[in-house]
Design a binder for this molecule. Structure first.
Ligand SMILES: Nc1ncnc2c1ncn2[C@@H]1O[C@H](COP(=O)(O)OP(=O)(O)O)[C@@H](O)[C@H]1O
Ligand SMILES: [Mg+2]
Length: 266
């Protein structure tokens, strides 16, 4: 089961949602892999902290290493699992990002490597029960590769007034990608993040989305300072604050996902 978390708008919670859902999945005993396709590497940083750049040469590691070998000698190709790191958390694994991803993008695109991530993940079906993919805030080579490789997409929505406009162009882009590359991709749902029930606007925005027929998950994620603290401490909420309200919301959202028909179909 492969899920990508995508929205071309930055700061909507892609990284927070990917890491926290994945950490919950791992804590429930699913062997869970997180892929960090954003050159900023926030997911990598969140899950494993500071990386010693000397010990881990950027080009040979993680997602960059995986893509790099698609343009190299066939004989030297390694199994995709050799680009996966352990994390401090049981059952949680990471294919980290790298600062060289942006330098590599043009070549990968011009050599039409857009299906390579899907091919690589196909080789890992027996290794991981759940795969979560974090994406950059752009509709670029990496996010397209992820949307092609995934079974479903979760779209975080951060309840600000620009969010709706960007949702329309997001849905257009996604429809085009489905038509051109991955007709099986399911838009599993919109994840309402940074919801504030005291203010009028968030409730109105969400009601409008539902009226327009968008699939919105029942569980909304509140704004909480715990989230920033959790990033700062490099500890997902289920580890740092298992009984916090926001953790409870993530658990509810995770339960909704596990009930989804896409799980049975994958
Ligand atoms: N529910 C939340 N409550 C409080 N802060 C949040 C919440 N979700 C995300 N944030 C904060 O918003 C910022 C952007 O979140 P992030 O997950 O990095 O978004 P993206 O990956 O889409 O850029 C981060 O500083 C994060 O700590
Ligand atoms: Mg991010």
């Amino acid at each position: 089961m492969r899920r990508v978390v995508f929205n071309q708008k930055g700061g909507v919670g892609k990284t927070s949602i990917t890491c926290n859902l994945a950490a919950i999945s791992a804590s429930m005993g699913y062997r869970t892999l997180v892929l960090d396709l954003d050159v900023q590497g926030n997911t990598t940083h969140y899950l494993v902290g500071e990386i010693d750049a000397d010990a881990f040469p950027a080009e040979a590691q993680g997602v960059a290493g995986l893509f790099k070998q698609t343009v190299g000698s066939r004989r030297m190709q390694k199994n995709p699992d050799s680009f996966v790191w352990e994390t401090p958390y049981e059952n949680l694994y990471l294919m980290p990002s790298s600062p060289v991803l942006s330098d590599m993008e043009k070549e990968l695109e011009s050599r039409y490597k857009i299906y390579k991530l899907r091919d690589a993940l196909d080789k890992l079906v027996d290794e991981y029960d759940r795969i979560y993919i974090d994406t950059p805030p752009n509709f670029n080579f990496y996010s397209k590769s992820a949307l092609i490789a995934a079974d479903t997409v979760l779209v975080p929505f951060d309840c600000d007034s620009f969010a709706r406009q960007s949702l329309y162009s997001l849905m257009d882009n996604m429809a085009e990608l489905q038509e051109d590359h991955n007709p099986e991709l399911v838009v599993e749902g919109i994840v309402i993040n940074q919801f504030n029930s005291q203010a009028r606007l968030p409730g109105e925005l969400v009601a409008e989305l539902e009226d327009e027929g968008y699939p919105v998950f029942d569980t909304y994620l509140n704004t909480s300072v715990k989230m920033k603290e959790s990033h700062r401490e490099h500890r997902p909420l289920i580890d740092m604050a298992p009984s916090h309200k926001l953790t409870g919301q993530f658990l509810d959202l995770h339960a909704e996902l596990e009930k989804s028909p896409s799980v049975a179909a994958a």
